[in-house]
Design a protein around this ligand. Structure first.
Ligand SMILES: Cc1cc2nc3c(=O)[nH]c(=O)nc-3n(C[C@H](O)[C@H](O)[C@H](O)COP(=O)(O)OP(=O)(O)OC[C@H]3O[C@@H](n4cnc5c(N)ncnc54)[C@H](O)[C@@H]3O)c2cc1C
Length: 547
């Protein structure tokens, strides 16, 4: 339990916000530099995403042999993933194992939410305050608060008066939920909805799915881990990890495409898509041709192939048409992976309701009502409505400087960063996989390790040169933001109203947030910036005033 009676500020070299995969690796990596570090985590356990998202069917959608830490050769050899894609309990078990194996827990403070972070320029320290009344002073602050860690419950009228129970996928009760014999409504058909719907359908008396936007989903083809696959992968682990670094999504094992989808005829193209569909996984599909994410005509062929699959699987033609996405090119929103998602709509106890044409008006005591007045009787409502992505967690913290800069104001028109790692005017504050980095478009643990390594090297560089302050120049920040936008504009991504764009949050600025130039290109750029003496950053020695 946190020590609420703490009145003397704790002094650290690095304060870390968040105890997910990023926060834990930051502890490990920064400790090796001999620094005093401590992570503050709002939850009552480590694991971040995998601690909070316990909904039925939650699992990773990048294969577990890839979606795991690479920093320790023995760890990756020792750990056995039972399935191709780890389930949430399995991944959480892994994270806890890592925390114990590397003795990380002694530097994680659970049940502690960071409320504010103020940079005291004179003292050259971040002053961090928590909801437990503590004050922490640290030379550096690492924001490892997550991109998908601020659950978004839509602001429906009447929710408080609902007589049944309601849940959000990202705040799932630890004891689980039994939907047997209940009339359940799921609102949202993004990745979490797509994973949970088939499982809830098996339990519930009746399931109504309320869909605003149809999303593309591909079969995961999950299986128990084939022993030979595991053996072969582990025999080449270092080479495979190194190869992944040279790819746009930081995921190896897929042959690099060499041709445009328009260079081959329809029969050959469909055969290629069919083979990827059978293989399962999203990267494989998007890697079928070179230009699926940059050329609309090419993308149309891949999108239409999946739409036709949906039409073939779902027996009711009207439901099939509603499920077949038509308002965005495949891959420009997070591509879902599923097990029997479309098949679920053939069950007699499942119905799909289009809330794009007839939006939800309010939650009633006994269910919900659409604008047309159509009412649904429900015993339980599940919000699979996602997160205030990428900026939500940071915007919930009062981040400011003694000079009067306020992060929320700096980001009013959309997030501004240099490399997704730092913000001009906010010295010594690093962000792990922040907006402007490719993080969310990659195998995220690879990005987390790359970001944290870069941050640790920067702090080490400062120490070795008797420097103690780093911040990006406003010019470097604005050039990077322009570059991120230019790259995005050369792709199809801006055609989708996605959470990459902030489109799922009313009032949020519509700015494309991730860097989509590829992990490989980004990493090379970050390495070059460091090699050139941290180009675009101002490094200085600050005469501190004794507190
Ligand atoms: C359901 C789901 C499935 C996913 N599947 C994949 C996948 O297959 N592949 C992939 O690459 N990525 C996946 N992701 C993305 C996933 O978020 C990352 O892979 C990774 O877990 C992020 O780790 P993190 O430590 O950066 O952030 P998080 O895991 O989000 O951890 C951040 C932590 O910070 C804490 N925090 C936030 N604000 C504060 C505060 N003010 N004070 C104290 N603590 C705070 C939060 O409580 C949280 O525990 C998935 C995400 C979700 C939601």
């Amino acid at each position: 339990m946190p020590d609420a009676s703490h009145t003397v500020p704790r002094h650290l070299d690095v304060a870390i916000v968040g105890g997910g995969l990023a926060g834990l690796y930051a502890i490990h990596r920064l400790r090796r530099l001999g620094l005093r570090v401590r992570a503050y985590e709002a939850g009552s356990g480590v694991g971040g995403t995998w601690f909070w998202n316990r909904y039925p069917g939650a699992r990773c959608d990048v294969e577990s042999l890839e979606y795991s830490y690479s920093f320790d050769a023995e760890l990756q050899q020792d750990w056995k993933w039972p399935e191709r894609y780890g389930t949430q309990p399995e991944i959480l078990k892994y994270v806890n194992h890592v925390a114990d194996r590397f003795d990380l827990r002694r530097d994680v403070q659970l049940d502690t939410r960071v409320k504010s972070a103020l940079f005291d320029s004179k003292a050259n320290e971040w002053v961090i305050k928590t909801d437990t009344g503590e004050e922490i002073r640290a030379r550096y602050c690492v924001m490892a608060a997550g991109n998908l860690s601020t659950p978004r419950v839509p602001d429906f009228r009447g929710l408080q008066g609902f007589n049944g129970k309601w849940y959000h996928s990202g705040l799932w009760p630890h004891e689980g939920v039994d939907f047997s014999d209940l009339r359940v409504g799921v609102i949202g058909t993004g990745s979490s909805g797509v994973q949970m719907i088939p499982i809830i359908a098996e339990q519930a008396k009746h399931l109504t799915v309320f869909q605003r936007t149809a999303n593309f989903s591909l079969p995961a083809r999950n299986v128990p881990m084939p022993a030979e696959k595991e053996r072969a992968h582990k025999a080449q682990y270092p080479a495979r990890r190194a190869a992944a670094m040279e790819t746009p999504f930081a995921i190896g094992g897929y042959p690099k495409p060499t041709r445009s989808a328009l260079e081959v005829d329809k029969a050959e193209r469909d055969a290629a898509y069919e083979s990827k569909w059978q293989e399962g996984g999203s990267i494989s599909y998007l890697y079928a041709y070179t230009d699926l994410l940059v050329n609309k005509a090419s993308n149309d062929t891949a999108s239409e192939f999946v739409r036709n699959k949906i039409r073939a699987i779902v027996k009711d033609p009207r439901t099939a048409e509603l499920l077949a996405p038509k308002n965005h090119p495949i891959g420009t929103k997070r591509l879902c992976l599923d097990t029997n998602y479309y098949e679920t709509y053939n069950r007699p106890n499942v119905a799909l309701v289009d809330v794009r044409s007839d939006p939800i008006d309010r939650i009633t005591e006994t269910g919900l009502e659409l604008e047309s007045g159509t009412a649904f009787e429900l015993d339980a409502i599940v919000f699979a409505t996602g997160f205030d992505a990428m900026t939500g967690a940071l915007n919930e913290i009062d981040v400011a400087t003694s000079g009067g800069a306020v992060l929320r104001q700096h980001w009013e028109g959309g997030p501004l960063t240099y490399l997704g790692l730092m913000v001009a005017g906010f010295p010594n504050m690093f962000i792990v996989t922040g907006p402007g980095s490719p993080g969310v478009k990659t195998q995220m643990i690879a990005s987390i390790e790359q970001h944290v390594d870069w941050i640790a090297d920067a702090i080490d560089h400062l120490g070795r040169h008797q420097l103690d302050r780093i911040e990006p120049t406003p010019q470097a920040e604005s050039e990077w933001v322009s570059h991120v936008n230019q790259v995005a504009d050369s792709t199809l991504y801006p055609l989708a109203n996605s959470w990459y764009m902030g489109a799922n949050i009313p009032g949020k600025p519509r700015v494309f947030m991730p860097y989509v130039g590829g992990f490989d290109r980004y990493k090379r750029h970050c390495d070059a910036v460091a090699a050139q003496g941290y180009q675009g950053f101002t490094l200085s020695r600050h005469e501190t005033v004794a507190a």
